[in-house]
Write a protein that binds this ligand. Sequence first.
Ligand SMILES: *Cc1c(COP(=O)(O)O)cnc(C)c1O
Length: 455
Amino acid sequence: MPYRAWFQCLHCEDERYPLNQIIYECQKCGGLLEVQHDMEALCRKPAHEWRKLFDQRYMRSDFPYGSSVWGKKEMVCPVVDNENVVSMYEGGSNLFWAERLGKEIGLADLWIKQCGNSHTGSFKDLGMTVLVSMVKQMIADGQDIPAVACASTGDTSAALAAYCAAAGIPAIVFLPKDKVSTSQLIQPIANGALTLTLPTDFDGCMELAIEMSQRENIYLANSRNSLRIEGQKTVAIELVQQDDWAVPDWVLIPGGNLGNVSALGKGFLEMKAMGIIDRLPRLAVAQAANANPLYQCYLKGLAGFEPQKARTTLASAIQIGNPVSWERAIRTLRRFDGVVEQASEDELANASARADRTGLFTCPHTGVALAVLLKLVTRRIIAPDSKVLVISTAHGLKFPDFKTRYHEHQLQEFGVEPQYSNRFIDVEPDYEKVRAVVLKALEARMAGNQAGSPS
Ligand SMILES: *Cc1c(COP(=O)(O)O)cnc(C)c1O
């Protein structure tokens, strides 16, 4: 059974283009394009057979289907030949049962989807495998693509650089100078990408990358390119698959360029159309208060979206004032009875550190989502008996400065007052001195200052 997919304009839905055409917007109206699948063909196979097929492939060795993205290939990108798939075994990230954190905040059924446990340490791998595979297919078919480029707040460039290095395709990354972490900067450097750092913000880098892609034949790898959305949507499929195909009540996700929330929604909607699930969760998008254009729009009833100049936030990967996918995100929120909430720098830093006390190691963006979770639970928008899933977008190890500065009380400029800081203790290598320090610390803990509670 052949499965088909094509680009389709979000506005004038009759405009279609093949997936191997270099095109990012509708030639008729300039609207964003979206990958549309032949849903009739997908719906012909009964839902239980799809579930069985996906389960059979999941994290096994039959290339490329062991990857949780390519294990859903028919729904993701059926037009790439398997020999051109550039895969690093994406997906299959842990669904962490946040038992202690849930108890603390009054939720019995809280789960954290650890998308940062991946090849380059963020969910961006899920989409990049699809985009780079499509490029490899196009090159194999004789198209002239000298390089692939992206603007990035750090994680997209890391993913692009790694996948292009694996495929032997030149990569160019545009990064806002001094606005990505050291770990994020060194990733494309190590992978041999042409790495440009520019004294502007993400939105400024984006404009240049777009212009470059339009004027030189360079392929654009931003989420304006909807192939990435197809890979990222598999997080929705995977997270229900990991719970024997049960749908949670709520999914919370941090939002910057707003591609990921759109992808999440697309995954759920297509599964529902195919009968793989029978209901939709509610969605909540979490934004940093310093970069909150979607939140502002939500306050106005999801009308009159206005881009803004984003202010500096510790959640640097979502420091975006002019998100590419705002229109997709609004459409998604309408379908999912969605909520948008924001978190201050103090709230996101403390939420991140609090979660770490229960065994996680969260990035600041996950901190934004957790701070928003706390607000929605306190306000009873999320009921205590709901099954709640938080998308953790990157690995905390990509943000060592954020963590170190928090625990050393060096985030005053962001207005952060650490409530969960912990410091190492310098002690002489002498048994009695070590013993005195340890006993004193244990006593303090017995006196009610237990791990997990504010220090
Ligand atoms: C890219 C990214 C986001 C935001 O995703 P969008 O699709 O831009 O909304 C959030 N967190 C991390 C760690 C990211 O890398």
